[in-house]
Design a protein around this ligand. Structure first.
Ligand code: PEP
Length: 248
């Protein structure tokens, strides 16, 4: 992997309290000393976006949300957050299509969410990945292709979209794909994007149980542009050590 401009996306899911903002201190200091340019993006719960944005204002760290509504502006959608609101808070990114939200989101809805995010000039992290049952039935490629083509339907400019390949069976389980499978699937995603012509420069991240033990092996896989990290990113020391191991 070429590690200049590498991505480290911290997905905090439903974790964190008001005090959690202090856990950014060391990451901010570390990011200021990094020799290579890296994209460090925190996606805390909605409740913490504003305080994370304020805290990281003078650093290179960017803040994002974990989802958004299909509607751009405002509307009668109880419990929902729009792209406009994320932007208003100072968020620059939004994760769309995470497997933990896909039960309520088919590819069509994901496509609308991406369009709403792009209208507000947010960067999108589109999560795709097969379930264990798909893998067992040899349907991984079918699922990935469908998620890519339907999720990105009618989109011409993908330079604000990063793809995160996250096999669902790998998220939070401690199990990661074999080097061979990962290489193969990342290559397949890249080719699928390439075939549709417009998406040749897309960045592709890997997500699923990234930790201190497996990061060195994952770094050996060329063609990955960075990582989406869940559990391990909520501990600042571990998160920094993962970044250190990736970059040095
Ligand atoms: C995730 O939430 O996208 C994720 C990859 O989680 P974890 O790193 O905990 O498997």
């Amino acid at each position: 992997m070429t590690n200049n401009n590498i991505y480290f996306v911290a997905n905090w899911k439903m974790f964190g309290s008001v005090k959690s903002v202090n856990s950014l201190n060391k990451v901010i200091s570390y990011s200021n000393t990094m020799k290579l340019k890296a994209n460090i993006i925190y996606c805390p719960p909605y409740t913490l976006i504003k305080s994370f944005v304020d805290k990281t204002k003078k650093s290179n760290i960017k803040i994002g949300a974990q989802d958004c509504h299909t509607q751009i502006n405002y509307g009668p959608f109880t419990g929902a957050i729009s792209s406009k609101m994320i932007k208003d808070l100072g968020g620059k990114f939004v994760i769309i299509g995470h497997s933990e939200t896909r039960a309520e989101n088919d590819n069509k809805k994901i496509n609308l969410k991406i369009k709403s995010a792009l209208k507000e000039k947010l960067n999108v992290i589109l999560c795709i990945g097969e379930k264990l049952i798909d893998k067992r039935k040899n349907k991984t490629k079918y699922v990935l292709k469908k998620q890519i083509l339907e999720g990105l339907k009618n989109l011409k400019n993908l330079n604000k979209i990063v793809i995160a390949y996250e096999p669902v069976w790998s998220i939070g389980t401690g199990i990661i794909p074999s080097e061979n499978d990962l290489k193969k699937n990342i290559r397949f995603i890249r080719n699928t994007l390439k075939i549709s012509k417009k998406f040749t420069k897309s960045k592709i991240l890997y997500g699923g149980s990234v930790n201190l033990k497996n990061i060195k092996n994952l770094m050996r896989i060329d063609n990955i542009d960075g990582f989406l990290i869940g559990g391990a990113s909520t501990n600042e020391k571990i998160f920094i050590d993962i970044m250190k191991k990736s970059i040095n």
